[in-house]
Design a protein around this ligand. Structure first.
Ligand code: SIN
Ligand code: MN
Length: 214
């Protein structure tokens, strides 16, 4: 798949450095200065909407800490996974930072901005099991994901359950998109490499996931 349109992305999106199983990856989209500027904006978001540890539907706390920006935030508890219009404290989710919207518009096009920017913080030992992003009502828009901080081993499966998977390392500043035929592909984070980046105070990795919800 050579053309970004075939990947469910804007025909004007820059050509990805790598495409595997329909997942487009742009290594090093953000240089160090841009990463630092983005982290400063995310700090302000996290001050307004503090990180929390969501509980899975099986009652276990997830190993990643989360918060969101945008019209909706992703939320999980024993009732299941869903989008909610407010942070658990009752406050509105802060607006999605402008540099994040710039990346979305370059990849997905200017027609529609994302409703949610999920912020996942992986401290040492945190991971995320293989899953599909399917809590949205509209799958016509891609999922765009931005990596900051420690390296992470990203596992990609298929759109069905089971079957072979493959893994690749994501680095700070990399951007990835799952659109078109890969919109419902299984993916997860096996592990991070603690200490591989000094971008974040206290270490770790931040992943931003941008999605149209409804
Ligand atoms: C996710 O799928 O929610 C997170 C993926 C990542 O951390 O790169
Ligand atoms: Mn996901």
């Amino acid at each position: 798949m050579k053309y970004t349109k075939d990947l469910g992305l804007s025909p004007k999106a820059p050509p990805p450095g790598l495409v595997t199983r329909g997942v487009a990856i742009w290594p090093g989209w953000l240089d160090r200065a841009a990463q630092k500027a983005l982290v400063a904006e995310l700090r302000a978001v996290i001050r307004a909407a503090p990180l929390f540890s969501p509980i899975t539907r099986w009652g276990k706390p997830m190993s990643v800490q989360m918060t969101s920006a945008g019209r909706y935030g992703w939320f999980s508890d024993r009732r299941g996974y869903r989008y909610v219009p407010r942070h658990p404290t009752g406050t509105d989710w802060p607006p999605i930072p402008a540099p994040v919207l710039d990346i979305w518009r370059a990849i997905a096009g200017p027609g529609r901005d994302p409703d949610c920017c999920l912020i996942n913080l992986y401290r040492a030992g945190a991971k995320m099991g293989l899953h599909q992003d399917r809590d949205e009502a509209d799958f016509t828009w891609p999922v765009v994901s931005i990596s900051l901080g420690d390296d992470a081993l990203f596992r990609i499966g298929s759109t069905d359950r089971g079957g072979k998977t493959e893994s690749l390392w994501l680095h700070s500043g990399d951007v990835l998109a799952m659109g078109g035929p890969a919109r419902l592909i299984h993916h997860g984070i096996d592990r991070t490499r603690p200490g591989s980046s000094d971008l974040l105070q206290g270490g770790g990795r931040i992943n931003l996931t941008l999605r149209v919800v409804d």
